[in-house]
Design a protein around this ligand. Structure first.
Ligand code: ADP
Ligand code: MG
Length: 289
């Protein structure tokens, strides 16, 4: 095991757009068997768009968009951008705005109490979503994320938001599959949407509905099954999982916190970089034996 060959491995990685923090990281990368991917912004483009607005009839679609967009002005979540893009009118003022991490947002507009977010958020507030359940299931089965709006404690509207897979995600994952890795998706999104996207992507296992604080725990669980785990992510909320994994890999263009935490950073925003990084680590360590 010569330090020189490791150094040249780190150099080769850099040439293909993969920044490796230190020799140890390259060594650990050569013995991985399980790759865990964040969904939003890692497998997907991270530029979600509203593809449908369904309402219960209590309010019309334009009013639903106006209220939801007003709330999302206070949020930096990718879903917030999608809903804001849909609004083309002046937005009303929001009082008592709150971000509910991993669930959604809440606030008051025109004296009405609004909740906007996932099924867990509405369930937590005892709101019956039955009036829109059929539409919710149908959109989720197509891989869209359902964002629900409740007005004064009643379900009022559903936004179906689609975030397509990155163009080369499927081929990169196929390459990783052929190399023998088990592929896992880790997401705060709901299980039905996550399964639909996982099927399209060729992912083996889905861990869905994970709150931001639960991502690192999910990695610990996999490690407890004697797996050598890499986490691949782009967001601030991925940082604890990137730190916990045997190797953390940050997507280029992701949050600074993710990049600072990760042992490996991809300069390109493409999963092909993951396949390149792991192939180089294996080739480097093989040469040393
Ligand atoms: P992820 O990045 O994997 O989607 P998050 O923990 O950021 O995970 O969010 C989990 C879920 O919480 C989202 O899929 C969405 O349903 C809901 N959510 C979070 N923030 C918002 C928001 N600002 N507006 C609407 N829904 C939200
Ligand atoms: Mg992400």
């Amino acid at each position: 095991a010569t330090p020189m060959s490791i150094i040249s491995g780190v150099g080769r990685a850099a040439e293909s757009g993969v920044l490796v923090r230190d020799a140890d990281a390259l060594q650990r990368a050569s013995t991985l068997d399980t790759l865990v991917f964040d969904k939003t912004g890692t497998l997907t483009e991270g530029k979600p768009q509203v593809v449908a607005v369904e309402t219960t009839g209590g309010i019309d679609a334009a009013e639903a968009v106006r209220l939801a967009a007003a709330l999302e002005q206070g949020s930096s979540h990718p879903l917030a951008r999608a809903i804001l893009e849909k609004a083309d009118t002046a937005l009303p003022q929001v009082n008592n705005f709150r971000t509910l991490r991993g669930l959604g947002v809440s606030g008051e507009v025109d004296g009405r109490t609004l909740l906007l977010g996932n099924q867990a958020l509405l369930a937590e507030n005892g709101i019956d979503t039955g009036a829109l359940d059929a539409q919710l299931q149908a959109h989720a089965a197509q891989g869209a994320t359902p964002v629900l709006l409740a007005v004064d404690g009643q379900i009022a509207a559903l936004f179906a938001v689609r975030d397509p897979l990155r163009a080369d995600s499927v081929s990169a994952l196929q390459r990783l599959h052929r190399a023998g890795y088990r592929l896992v998706m880790l997401t705060g999104d709901n299980a039905v949407t996550a399964q639909a996207i996982a099927r399209e992507a060729g992912i083996d296992e889905v861990i869905a509905g994970v709150l931001p604080d639960g991502k690192a725990d999910a990695i610990i669980k996999l490690q407890g099954q004697a797996r050598q785990v890499a986490m691949i992510g782009d967001g601030i909320n991925d940082a604890p999982a990137l730190a916990q994994a045997d190797v953390g890999i940050a997507m280029g263009g992701g949050s600074d916190v993710a990049i600072e935490t990760a042992a490996i950073t991809l300069m390109r925003h493409s999963l092909m970089g993951v396949a390149d990084a792991l192939a180089i680590s294996k080739a480097t360590l093989r040469n040393m034996k």
